[in-house]
Design a protein around this ligand. Structure first.
Ligand SMILES: *Cc1c(COP(=O)(O)O)cnc(C)c1O
Length: 478
């Protein structure tokens, strides 16, 4: 089922609350699995994050605002590094964790990632520019993308990135030519499409063969790509293969099939070409909890599962395990961030069968969180300035954009006394919200605030109408 361009009413099969959403006994209760670790209600029943309460944040910085619990973000990054390190300690080359910057990147975040000892994936010249501004060590940067420009490749090689993930034959030639011109040997990986369909939404699965990323395994293109890279040894050094099977994945079954296929390929390429391939990248895509319907694996469980797969497959292939890299984005940034909105209007709507739904309009919407409209993503929410006193009421949180599909939270129970001026907080918005934001309807984008130990600071400032108008060229009247 997809959000319909003509609006929610045009979507099929929607009635009351979804099965995973029971009527809560306490509508103000916070489900710990959904919220950053420092979130709680303070003595005045205000939502507090990083030691700063929501009312203070709204007064000082305005709404809407993205808020990142820095301690939570760092703890997740650290947990990935430690747990992967521990799980792979006795598996050949160990493991490296690359934070997928596309989930959310700014200079402060790049610095946190650097300080926590992780590597960083970028997939555009813009993301690379942020990494460079943060003086991120080039060796620990990986560059992705299915259509990197000459300028992007040149910038990456100039800076000395640790790996470029190759995605097409055109790109192999392009990287080779630029490396030759710069007089460097480009460290590269070859992205393979392994034909694994991840158990996730069709639009965020990326390993069907019928898609734009990578070289197909079945068609023999991945093998040929590796051969072409090996033949250009003066300009490129093949580290190994790369595979990324999708996003918001909750079990390791998909990774198991992918790892088996890509390891088999890696063994064959190494053996038949007499080379050593020391790296293998299994991508990211680890799921997080947006609502009570999601039950993600912990980094420790993931690590144990992945290490097990690699150990087993390498034994079966008779190869010594390469160094594994994983690329979590959402699983680090997502749960660490929330969005704070102010309620502008509250409207009650009668549904079929005597059901009612309360439409709560907030001061943001699909411009700051497009995932609901784009992927039919589910979110949850709570009142953030106080505890509501009214009955739990089936609500839909919608934005201020001129579009009926402008929905932030499809289904959530809010207290019946929710009213204009209240603050609502939506958890798990740290990944792919600011990153995918737009200026639709010329609504300026919210700031990103980092909160930690009772202090809030701006790490991405709020966009202004002046920022938007500055791009708009006023032509002289002739
Ligand atoms: C998007 C992406 C990731 C990160 O995905 P998450 O779902 O955020 O973990 C990792 N690797 C590649 C190649 C990607 O395209």
């Amino acid at each position: 089922m997809r959000a319909h361009e003509a609006g929610a009413l045009h979507a099929t099969g929607y009635g009351g609350p979804p099965q995973w959403l029971p009527t809560p006994t306490d509508v103000n209760e916070l489900m710990p699995s959904l919220w950053p670790q420092t979130v709680r209600r303070d003595s005045r029943a205000r939502l507090e994050i990083g030691g700063v309460d929501a009312v203070t944040l709204a007064e000082k910085f305005g709404t809407p605002a993205y808020i990142i619990d820095e301690a939570d973000f760092r703890a997740r990054a650290r947990a990935f590094r430690h747990e992967m390190g521990a799980a792979f300690a006795d598996v050949g080359g160990g493991a490296q964790v690359y934070y997928a910057g596309k989930a959310f990147l700014c200079t402060a975040v790049a610095t946190w990632i650097e300080q926590e000892g992780l590597c960083l994936d970028v997939c555009s010249g813009g993301e690379l520019a942020v990494a460079m501004r943060a003086e991120f060590p080039p060796q620990r940067i990986g560059m992705h993308g299915n259509n990197k420009s000459v300028a992007e490749i040149r910038a990456a090689l100039d800076y000395g990135v640790g790996r470029i993930v190759l995605d097409s034959f055109d790109e192999i030639d392009r990287v080779s030519a630029i490396a030759s011109e710069l007089g460097v040997v480009a460290p590269v990986m070859v992205r393979v499409t392994v034909g694994v369909e991840a158990h996730t939404h069709e639009y965020i699965a990326t390993a069907h063969e019928d898609q734009k990323f990578g070289f197909s395994l079945a068609g023999g293109h991945a093998y040929k790509a590796a051969e072409r890279v090996l033949a250009a040894s003066e300009t490129m050094h093949l580290l190994g293969f790369h595979s990324h099977i999708g996003s918001q994945i909750f079990d390791t079954a998909g990774f198991e099939v992918a790892a088996r296929r890509v390891l088999e390929l890696q063994t064959r390429v190494a053996r038949e070409n007499g080379v050593e391939l020391l790296e293998l990248d299994l991508g990211g895509g680890f799921g997080i909890a947006y609502t009570s319907e999601h039950h993600p694996l912990s980094p420790a469980e993931l690590g144990a599962g992945m290490a097990d797969i690699i150990r087993r497959e390498c034994r079966a292939e008779g190869m010594s395990p390469p160094r594994i890299s994983l690329e979590p984005g959402r699983a680090i940034a997502g749960p660490a961030g929330i969005t704070l909105y102010e309620v502008g209007t509250v409207k009650e709507v009668e549904l079929e069968g005597g059901l009612r739904r309360t439409y709560v309009s907030v001061d943001g919407g699909m411009s700051d969180n497009v995932r609901t409209a784009l992927y039919e993503a589910d979110y949850s929410a709570t009142m953030a300035n106080r505890c509501g006193q009214g009955e739990p009421t089936l609500s839909r949180i919608v934005g201020k954009h001129c579009e009926s599909g402008d929905i932030v939270v499809m289904d959530e129970y809010l207290p019946a006394d929710v009213r204009p001026g209240d603050l609502v907080a939506v958890p798990a918005t740290g990944a792919y919200c600011r990153a995918l934001s737009s200026q639709y309807n010329h609504v300026p984008r919210p700031p990103v605030l980092a909160v930690r130990d009772g202090v809030a600071r701006v790490i991405v400032r709020r966009e202004t109408i002046e920022d938007i108008l500055a791009l708009d060229v006023v032509e002289p009247v002739s």
